[in-house]
Design a protein around this ligand. Structure first.
Ligand code: NAI
Ligand code: 15L
Length: 264
């Protein structure tokens, strides 16, 4: 059991859904976000911090031995915003981890690092990076930082390329990309319990019948997702329009992110 687990981005969509479900992994849980929020119950400590503030991040990470790093800009945006949170922020986090001797991190990467691969392709951890926007590029940077700090300093990171983590899948693409909250929580458990993690790429998707991604290289983790987006197919067919075959939402793994402009 860890002494103290830090969860960044704890006020965000994913953070709010998992932050109360990881208390069994550590004696103390520290929650952080740039946004002000209140933790439910009294078990967790809350520290407001901008990931772009190096001194703030150094203080934030002090005393932690594991980090679930969810914080950052989570969609396509202007480069200056992405840079502060996802590039400076990740640098600040890994430097703080090195200086405070943090052993293990789960980095919330994204399927948008490989978003320009076709939906007809099956990808594993050897797939070339094909980011579909500046957001995807920033997640490539995060993965590279984690790799560097693993090779140079031995800090282990799970590079979790999350597909679509929401309570339920919302459209046809998510029949392939959906990651249920339960499966994410169990992935965090496996990442922090496996004796030797290394620095693997893990596609963060449930056991979807229409899956595009192969995690067999990470079988040693023992993580076996249980949810299947197929259970929601009828609901999706009622509520979401099926995209035309030439619609980027149906062509590229990154879906509509491939149509985002470079925001000025
Ligand atoms: P979100 O946007 O709801 O949450 C991100 C949180 O990070 C927010 O609460 C925001 O206030 C915080 N944040 C932004 N800039 C910050 C800064 N400079 N300093 C400190 N905190 C900052 O995103 P969501 O959906 O909860 O995703 C969590 C993580 O997982 C993100 O890193 C996202 O890129 C990644 N991810 C999520 C997916 C999903 O389906 N929800 C899919 C792929 C990746
Ligand atoms: C992401 O990386 C985003 O953070 C999330 O909001 C979803 O849009 C997800 O990818 C997705 O591709 O569905």
């Amino acid at each position: 059991m860890m002494e103290r687990l830090l969860i960044t981005g704890a006020a965000g969509g994913v953070g709010a859904m998992i932050r109360n479900r990881l208390g069994h992994l550590a004696q103390h849980v520290r929650l952080s976000d740039i946004a002000d929020f209140e933790a439910e119950g009294e078990a967790a400590e809350v520290i407001q911090c901008d990931l772009g503030d190096a001194d703030g991040v150094l203080d934030l990470v002090a005393g932690c031995d594991g980090i679930v790093h969810l914080g950052g800009v989570s969609v396509e945006d202007r480069f200056d915003r992405i840079r502060r949170a996802n590039i400076d922020g990740v640098y600040n986090l890994y430097e703080a981890a090195r200086r405070h001797n943090v052993k293990r991190i789960l980095f919330a990467s994204s399927n948008h690092v490989v978003g320009y691969h076709l939906q007809t392709s099956r990808l594993d951890d050897k797939a070339p990076l094909r980011p579909d926007g500046l957001y995807g590029v920033s997640k490539c940077f995060g993965e590279a930082m984690a790799s560097l700090y693993h090779d140079k300093f031995g800090i282990e990171t799970a590079l979790v390329r999350i597909g679509s983590c929401f309570p339920e899948p919302r459209d046809h693409r998510m029949l392939s990309t959906w990651l249920s909250i339960d499966d994410l929580v169990s992935l965090v458990e496996y990442v922090f319990r496996v004796p030797r993690l290394g620095c693997p790429v893990i596609y963060g998707a449930s056991k979807n019948s229409m899956a595009w991604w192969d995690n067999s290289h990470a079988g040693y983790l023992g993580w076996t997702p249980q949810s299947n987006a197929e259970d929601y197919r009828q609901q999706i067919e009622r509520s979401a329009q099926m995209p035309q075959p030439d619609d980027p939402a149906a062509v590229y793994q990154g879906g509509k992110f491939t149509t985002d402009p470079i925001y000025e």
